[in-house]
Design a protein around this ligand. Structure first.
Ligand code: FAD
Length: 288
């Protein structure tokens, strides 16, 4: 079995220290030759400028294919399309197009009076420009706001039909969760690739909180294992083993691309990639 392809998600730094951390992350993971790397857009559009700067800098200095996350939150249509235009001018060709979550303090997403009312509208407008490859979010355990999984998958189909060419999933911890979701998507007529989002657990407390918010189920086995590993000081080892095992199970089911949520900490993701046979590509210019 040949090594899978990989991609990595980063978030934009808010401080000088954060910038160094991101840079270390990019330099550690770039040799693994990712298909693309993506940069998030802070909830409520809070990192608009920082995302733009991080995307531009990574694109310019690393030569990696960068996908900029873009949401509909708190911006007019023209402001959002202007940001996208800026990316196109900078040579950025990929966008992860999302509705986005509500800004802090707000209970639910409310469209800006002159803004895109849904991810579908955003995707359609970006597709019309003809300038981008568009990826979207997908939810193997259903989005918390969806009535049920069938409605969620029907909505995903509309996002693909609006012009997206692949979907990246929310993180999950059991391969069967993904397989069931993938089968249901195929049954609903979705033929675009669905890329599993993998979260190597860097911070157990934060992961539990985040999983509860997203509706991601954490199996009891993982909860017990983390209780023991926390006691023994072996959480990194456990996190690497769990993420590798999950990817391995997914590989057995035909998955050939993994998207890693790095949280700007490259070590766990690098170790999982190595275990999967994704190893550094040495550039000829560096050995000649
Ligand atoms: P959508 O797919 O548009 O909506 C989510 C679900 O809600 C739909 O599947 C559907 O079931 C239901 N729904 C929504 N609108 C309607 C409607 N009009 N009618 C019927 N049902 C509807 N958030 C950020 O703020 N910044 C990021 O950078 C970011 N990156 C992400 C990357 C990935 C890979 C993923 C999976 C999520 C990311 N998020 C990010 C989180 C995301 O913004 C939230 O999950 C948000 O609540 C939904 O965005 P979406 O585009 O996936 O939503």
């Amino acid at each position: 079995m040949s090594a899978p392809s990989v991609s990595f998600e980063f978030f934009p730094p808010k401080s000088l220290e954060g910038s160094f951390r991101l840079w270390d992350c990019v330099n550690t993971l770039a040799p693994l030759d990712p298909t693309f790397v993506s940069v998030t857009y802070g909830a409520g559009g809070t990192t608009r400028k920082l995302t733009h700067e991080a995307v531009g800098t990574i694109h310019k200095t690393s030569g990696l294919n960068v996908a900029a996350h873009l949401t509909c939150v708190d911006a007019t249509r023209s402001e959002t399309l202007e940001i996208a235009d800026g990316y196109a001018e900078a040579g950025v060709r990929e966008i992860v197009a999302l509705r986005g979550d509500a800004p802090k303090g707000a209970e639910k997403f409310t469209p800006h009076a002159d803004g895109f009312a849904s991810s579908i509208e955003l995707i359609a407008a970006l597709a019309e420009t003809g300038k981008f490859t568009l990826r979207v979010g997908a939810y193997p355990e259903k989005h918390p706001e969806a009535a049920d999984q069938a409605a969620d998958i029907a909505f995903l189909k509309r996002k693909i039909d609006a012009g997206a060419t692949s979907a990246v999933t929310q993180f999950f911890f059991e391969a069967d969760t993904f397989f069931r979701f993938r089968d249901a998507c195929v049954k609903a007529g979705i033929d675009a690739p669905i890329i599993p989002g993998i979260l190597p657990i860097e911070n157990w407390t934060g992961t539990q909180r985040f999983a509860a918010q997203c509706g991601t189920h954490i199996p009891q086995l993982i909860q017990d294992a983390f209780t023991n590993a926390t006691r023994d000081g072996t959480t990194d080892l456990l996190a690497t083993a769990l993420a590798t095992e999950l990817c391995d199970d997914l590989r057995q089911g035909g998955v050939d691309h993994f998207h890693f949520y790095t949280l700007n900490r490259p070590e766990l993701t690098r170790d999982v990639c190595h275990a999967l046979g994704v190893t550094p590509k040495v550039r000829l210019q560096n050995v000649a």
